[in-house]
Design a protein around this ligand. Structure first.
Ligand code: BG6
Length: 486
């Protein structure tokens, strides 16, 4: 654990402080960090939004939010103590008025708390306002290049394609240097996603086999039982490819496939991830329909703020290959969908079948391949599937699994994603945030597929809610299984 005595003191400024994200995620996470004693003493939250509140009246709505969403009973003494560090400033973020006042407030708190000009800005607003806010942060000198440090935390979508991502990036980098941009991908702080490198590095039974000589294929799956809910306005322009594949699934792929860095430094981890993302083999136009299956759940068109004839995909399955010696001939299958049978995220690593040269001869034909299943959610843990002799027989083989259930260890309370994200940012650890190079590589690769999907709306197949998704997705993997039997 980080040494609290050296945890950097800073001011945490939220733009969009009355919105859903702040109420559901940010304030509860800050409260939990306070409860766990993880926040620096010299720390304050400055909540900004358009509505008129005093510090006191904002603290009341903040308390309601924390009570409702923090997942534990509010401890009054902790809340009272946090309240002394929570301030409100009224500001319409796309207008100049209010920024000068914010500067005065930050300077006052900097002096009082000795926070030395260290400022984190969290933009809990729609991405179209990112540029406007960062320009004003500069214009009104809320950051001082010669004093302290400053960081910007933002949420996706980081563009809708490579071109718009570049525009957004150039808006932000006018003011913030790349190393000060903390682009959130909340999958990167999921406990088992963080565990991936440890599982690989600390188990000699896996890492030497982590390549195409021993691995047949890898599946990266993230399914959801819920539909799009009330997010139609955003989702209908996004779809599963942009909403889940371009970021979360490709990030999990990068962490699974990358060469192991020789340290956990932000730069080393990112460098290895970027190499793998750049190794994604572009899918040829005439192969896309063989390697990509798209679907839309029945009833999607009736969702609020969805176009009546929308071809937006709510399901995507893809066969992906990497141009890298470690992964030659190893397909990665990515699959994600909404309104399917259950919520589940996991990575399945399927090893090759045992060679039929032992004394077991043909019996091995019936043996299952070994599998390592990394369970990310809802259960956290991993499972290894081995083969053993069926009791009472001499040469019959049956698979057995060894299952480690991390979430069953009741005393270990997995911290919420936003707690980890905020703490990492305070500590200046950007290894679980997305670098521009990763965005550029993933958008470059996926743009071809989204363009193809746009031109071929007939490729989007409907599937019943609560099903496994379109049958054609199963076919994709089956083709690989057939290959395996040959
Ligand atoms: C978000 C997507 O990034 O991730 C949502 O925008 C999706 O559409 C969510 O539902 C899934 O996150 P999790 O943590 O519930 O798997």
């Amino acid at each position: 654990m980080t040494d609290l005595s050296v945890r950097p003191r800073c001011l945490f400024v939220i733009f969009g402080a009355t919105g859903d994200l702040t109420k559901r995620k940010l304030l509860p996470a800050i409260y939990q960090l306070k409860l766990q004693g993880q926040l620096p003493d010299q720390f304050a939250v400055i909540a900004t939004a358009r509505k008129e509140y005093t510090d006191e009246s904002y603290r009341e709505i903040a308390k309601e939010a924390v009570t409702q969403y923090s997942g534990s009973t509010l401890k009054e003494e902790i809340w009272e103590s946090l309240c002394k560090q929570l301030f409100y400033h009224q500001l319409q973020f796309d207008e100049d008025d209010g920024y000068a006042g914010l500067k005065v407030m930050l300077e006052g708190l900097d002096d009082q708390l000795q926070t030395n000009g260290n400022h984190i800005f969290y933009l809990a607003v729609a991405p179209e306002y990112f540029g406007e806010i960062s320009d004003r942060i500069e214009k009104f000198q809320l950051i001082n290049q010669d004093r302290g440090w400053y960081r910007l935390m933002i949420e996706k979508p980081f563009g809708n394609n490579l071109e718009s991502a570049r525009e957004l990036n150039s808006d932000l980098t006018r003011v913030f240097r790349e190393e000060n941009l903390y682009r959130i991908d909340h999958y990167l702080v999921k406990e088992m996603v963080r565990n991936l490198m440890v599982i690989r590095a600390s188990n000699q039974i896996f890492e030497p086999l982590w390549n195409g000589d021993y691995i047949d294929h890898i599946e990266i799956i993230s399914m959801e039982s819920e539909g799009i809910g009330l997010r139609g306005r955003y989702y209908d322009k996004s779809g599963a490819l942009r909403d889940m594949v371009q970021n979360h699934l490709l990030q999990m792929l990068a962490l699974t496939a990358m060469e192991m860095p020789d340290s956990l430094s932000t730069t080393k981890v990112r460098t290895e991830k970027v190499k793998m993302l750049r190794a994604l083999i572009p899918i040829d136009e005439d192969q896309i329909s063989n390697q990509v299956v798209l679907g839309q759940y029945e009833g999607y068109l009736d969702e609020e703020r969805v176009k009546a004839d929308s071809p937006t995909e709510t399901f995507a399955a893809l066969k992906v290959c990497l141009d890298h010696p470690r992964w030659r001939d190893v397909p990665f299958y990515l699959k994600t969908g909404k309104a399917v049978v259950s919520k589940m995220t996991q990575i399945n690593i399927q090893f090759k079948r045992p060679l039929g040269t032992s004394y077991l001869g043909d019996v091995l034909q019936s043996a299952d391949p070994n599998r390592l299943i990394i369970k990310i959610q809802p259960d956290e843990g991993f499972e290894v599937v081995f083969n053993t002799k069926k009791p009472g027989t001499l040469d019959s083989i049956m698979p057995v699994s060894m299952d480690f259930c991390q979430s069953c260890l009741v005393e270990q309370n997995t911290p919420e994603a936003y707690e980890k994200l905020i703490l990492d940012c305070i500590n200046g650890d950007a290894s679980s945030f997305t670098h521009w190079d990763e965005l550029e590589a993933t958008w470059t690769w996926i743009d071809k597929i989204t363009d193809w999907a746009y031109r071929n709306p007939q490729e989007v197949r409907t599937y019943p809610k609560g099903s496994e998704g379109p049958e054609a997705a199963e076919e994709l993997l089956k083709r690989s299984k057939d290959r395996d039997k040959k």
